[in-house]
Design a protein. Structure first.
Length: 365
């Protein structure tokens, strides 16, 4: 069934948000970022609500310690059936009043089905995948495809929770800032973060162009680049190409961990990135971010309400008026030139100022 007609609320009485709420958003760091304004809005509106977030270990560091999240329930997908049975056992011990099925994929649907709750709210049938709508009891009303952040915020409408201005509440701890500062302590000019790759090759910008960009930024702006990413082989391979080809060697910060990367993103004057989790983290923390878009649709997955002027759009053709429903377009990241990106970085440096004062501080943040 869909959510009630009219105002579209499941719980119409003021303050009637259920006390025990589970959020099912397992993976994809960018989607976890987009889910944060949902939990912060619920907590702001109904502080007594207890929020349990079910997710996988990879992005859990982003949620750990978040002021709106009371409990994290880890799903160890790599353990196979053992991991599934373990999370099922723990869900059986925790009755909920409401499950928010934010991720419309089959594995998330299974956990939604396992959770004990009278109301399980998910996407409408048209926007679900893998028959995920079968695992929910209620669905948000159908709407045209729009920005993914707005899609998540539709869950608040169904609950009768005011959206307000989206709040992510993402910030490093003082210890994480100290770890980041140790990596960039000798940086005197602008610090430019380069997110070297994503998990999907079609989204990636050629590493040779990152190397050329680093050289140009050093020569023209006195900037120092820092390579950001994880420990996957594809990331290491791209970083090695950049380090070998850049006349001004960037700082290699790959593999420093999600929380230190969070602090490094905050430290940057500008971040250059394709559509991936660290890009959306930067935008959420109001760090100027140059988005490189060719494969994914920026109207659907681009920066939300910030830094549209820094977007490099190779997704659309010149003069094309595409909509958010336009699908992925392989083979277009190569359209993005070094000159295009340098122009956006220069614009960011001129319009948005410098990074946080703690970056060059000599006392603890």
């Amino acid at each position: 069934m869909t959510a009630p007609a009219g105002r579209g609320r499941l719980f119409a009485a003021p303050g009637a948000v259920p006390r025990r709420v589970a959020v099912v958003m397992l993976s994809a760091l960018g989607d976890v970022v987009h889910a944060l304004p949902v939990v912060t809005a619920i907590k702001r509106y109904a502080p007594a609500t207890r929020l349990t977030w079910i997710l996988q270990p990879g992005p859990s560091g982003l949620v750990q310690g978040h002021p709106a999240v009371d409990e994290i329930l880890l799903f160890e997908r790599r353990q196979g059936w053992r991991g599934l049975f373990d999370v099922r056992r723990r869900l059986a011990e925790r009755p909920f009043d409401l499950v928010l099925a934010l991720q419309p994929y089959f594995k998330a649907g299974l956990l939604t089905w396992m959770a004990r709750a009278p109301v399980k709210l998910g996407l409408d049938r048209g926007r679900s995948r893998d028959l995920n709508w079968l695992f929910t009891t209620h669905r948000i009303p159908p709407r045209p495809i729009g920005h993914i952040q707005d899609q998540f915020l539709e869950y608040l409408d169904a609950l009768g929770v005011p959206r307000g201005e989206p709040v992510w509440d993402l910030a490093p701890t003082p210890g994480e800032r100290a770890a980041a500062r140790a990596l960039v302590a000798d940086t005197e000019g602008p610090l430019v973060g380069l997110v070297v790759t994503t998990s999907r090759p079609a989204k990636n910008w050629p590493p040779q162009r990152y190397a050329a960009l680093a050289a140009r930024l050093a020569a023209a702006h006195g900037a120092r680049c820092i390579l950001l990413g994880g420990t996957a082989l594809r990331e290491r391979a791209a970083a090695d190409v950049i380090l070998a080809g850049a006349a001004a060697a960037p700082i290699d910060a790959l593999g420093c961990g999600l929380r230190t990367t969070l602090a490094l993103l905050e430290a940057c004057d500008v971040v250059v990135s394709p559509d991936t989790g660290p890009f959306h983290i930067a935008v959420a923390m109001q760090v100027p971010a140059v988005g490189l878009y060719g494969y994914t649709n920026p109207l659907r997955f681009g920066p939300y309400r910030r830094f549209a002027d820094l977007l490099v759009d190779a997704f659309g053709d010149p003069g094309e008026a595409y909509t958010a429903s336009a699908r992925y377009r392989p083979g277009r990241m190569g359209r993005i030139t070094v000159e295009m990106v340098e122009e956006k970085v220069q614009r960011a440096l001129e319009r948005y100022g410098s990074g946080p004062p703690w970056r060059r501080a000599t006392v603890p943040a």
